[in-house]
Design a protein around this ligand. Structure first.
Ligand code: FES
Ligand SMILES: [Fe+2]
Length: 386
């Protein structure tokens, strides 16, 4: 995507945010949405979310820049499914179950790296970068192996700098269908393929995964809960919300918006005027991309209904020099602290209150259309048919 087109995506949002600030209102939903508090705490509902959402829909499992070259890989586990995502010699990113075809040992426990061959630590079966079985020690003593050609591969597709996979081996999807053209354009503006990952991540204990997701979809708390930290330059509750099917883009107005009036658009300091979150359903938030960094947060549900893990990744548009590493580490610590001590500390109190309020309804306001869309999507995907 050309730079001029990228700028258009961001400046259009900046103009809308400016209008919202002038009008004194965020983009709004038609009505408020009540959500039964017990839906966050019910093990049966959680089970449906795992089976009917996480084990079915395409999940954003890596960014293109996590594995730029052949042999590059990343691993992580989602709803108990260990994944190995590898770029093949043909340039295709493939998603495998990280389990050896002999007796299931993990091929690697490294979170990232680069390999020519993946050799199982247990009995040293080896697989190439396309997942094909290449070597079996003392194979002539083993017996018939004709049924095993390689690792279990999951359906996947790479687009707009991100790799998507479904945990359902029989699923058929395309990333373009899953995202839609408008969201693809918006993600392309972030140039996710042109970034450099900072390999140190933060892992934060969080309560029920939907409570964690609610925080990422919500423009109504940034200037309040985070008033002394990441929200210090934010104008609260004047957000833009764009709903792309189940996915949501949220624009946040920055206080720099007060200064732009006299200046031509090319001189607007985008970083001061706005911030930006793309929430890719069901569990990935991509924050930033309109200036020099992004932060990707992955919400990993489970093992129980009241538990999840939030993993935060930092990416930069410049290679990781020593100076960048120091900056990245500083940023990592800031975001880890904010999410742990502000967001998670708060939502843990909700989690604790759930048994006492299970029969009551929480209410998502007209000014919370992102959260509303999220809960409507979950409802539609986990509906119990009579
Ligand atoms: S489990 Fe991998 S070689 Fe035996
Ligand atoms: Fe927050």
């Amino acid at each position: 995507m050309a730079d001029a087109q990228r700028r258009q995506v961001f400046y259009e949002l900046a103009r809308r945010l400016r209008e919202n600030v002038a009008r004194g209102s965020p983009d709004q939903a038609e009505d408020v949405l009540p959500v039964l508090a017990g839906e966050y705490a019910a093990p049966a509902q959680y089970q449906r979310e795992v089976e009917q959402i996480f084990e079915r829909v395409p999940l954003l499992v890596a960014l293109t820049c996590d594995l730029p070259d052949a042999g590059d890989f990343v691993t992580h586990t989602i709803v108990g499914r260990p994944l190995l995502i590898v770029r093949g010699d043909d340039g295709v990113a493939r998603v495998f179950v990280n389990a050896c075809r002999h007796r299931g040992a993990a091929l690697t426990d490294a979170p990232y790296g680069s390999r020519r061959l993946f050799t199982c630590p247990y009995h040293a079966w080896s697989y190439d970068r396309q997942g094909c079985l290449k070597g079996v020690p003392d194979g002539e003593t083993f017996g018939d192996l004709s049924d095993i050609s390689g690792l279990i591969e999951l359906p996947s597709d790479e687009l707009a700098g991100a790799v998507f996979a479904s945990l359902d081996a029989g699923a058929a999807f395309t990333a373009r269908e899953w995202l839609g053209d408008s969201l693809v354009r918006s993600l392309e503006a972030l140039r996710l393929d042109a970034m450099y990952p900072y390999r140190v991540t933060s892992t934060i204990a969080s309560p029920n995964w939907k409570l964690a997701a609610d925080g990422y979809l919500d423009g109504y708390h940034i200037g309040l809960l985070h008033r002394n930290t990441i929200g210090v330059r934010a104008i609260n509750n004047r957000n833009t919300y764009d709903l792309f099917g189940p996915h949501v883009r949220i624009g946040f107005a920055g206080k720099g918006i007060y200064q732009v009036d006299e200046r031509p658009e090319e001189e607007w300091e985008l970083g001061e005027v706005m911030s930006l979150v793309h929430y890719i359903f069901p569990n990935v938030s991509i924050s930033g991309g309109h200036k020099d960094t992004i932060q990707l947060s992955r919400l990993l549900p489970g093992p129980g209904v009241g538990e999840s893990t939030t993993v935060q990744h930092q990416y930069f548009y410049e290679p990781m020099t020593d100076a960048m590493l120091a900056r990245a580490e500083e940023k990592r610590q800031v975001y880890e602290q904010v999410v742990r001590d502000e967001d998670c500390a708060t939502i843990f109190t909700i989690n604790e209150a759930l048994p006492a309020v299970a029969r009551e309804h929480f209410v998502f306001g007209r000014n919370e259309p992102g959260n509303q869309a999220f809960h409507r999507t979950i409802r539609a995907l986990t509906e119990v048919k009579a």
